[in-house]
Design a protein around this ligand. Structure first.
Ligand code: FES
Length: 169
């Protein structure tokens, strides 16, 4: 083979190798440009700081007994740029050990409000006959889990409610 042809073949090989490296380099760069934000979107919730509970006054703690009673509270909410407040209801129970449970007033089946039936010592949801105990457990009917509840704390004799928790957790 003539030296001129060998040099041309080597140049062609170099060019091919250069374009192959360029192709894979650009493909890698494009993959990183698309992949890093997508991966970040999937992983970021795991690194997000948990929201601080906003504590809301329910009332004097000694007002509540082992007999569930309805309490009203003003619930602050944020919708976009607008701050909205609405009056909401919760059921408050003090258990025999003296711990307070604050139940959200919506059934865990389809969200109907329920009420306390003192004679039968049970919470009853009239929508589909869901029945819960005073401790929030499902006793019968379609509700898939115990009543949702709010975190609670007492300071200076006042009962506060915090973040909403899923029933059974
Ligand atoms: S919504 Fe309460 S039982 Fe269905």
């Amino acid at each position: 083979m003539a030296p001129r042809e060998t040099a041309a073949g080597a140049a062609r090989e170099d060019r091919r190798a250069f374009f192959t490296r360029l192709f894979w380099g650009l493909a890698g760069l494009l993959g990183a440009l698309v992949g890093v934000p997508v991966l970040g979107a999937f992983l970021s919730p795991g690194f997000r700081k948990p929201e601080k509970a906003q504590w809301t006054v329910i009332g004097p703690a000694d007002r509540f007994t082992e007999e569930p009673s309805l309490a009203h509270h003003v619930h602050p909410a944020h919708e976009g740029w607008v701050n909205v407040t609405g009056e909401m209801q919760v059921w408050v129970v003090r258990d025999p050990q003296g711990a307070y449970k604050i139940f959200d007033n919506h059934c865990t089946h389809l969200g109907c409000p329920f009420h306390w039936e003192a004679a039968d010592k049970r919470f009853f949801c009239p929508c589909h006959n869901g029945v819960f105990g005073a401790d929030g457990r499902v006793l019968s009917g379609p509700p898939p889990r115990p009543l949702d509840y709010y975190e609670s704390k007492i300071e200076g004799g006042i009962l506060y409610m915090g973040a909403l928790r899923r029933g059974g957790t």
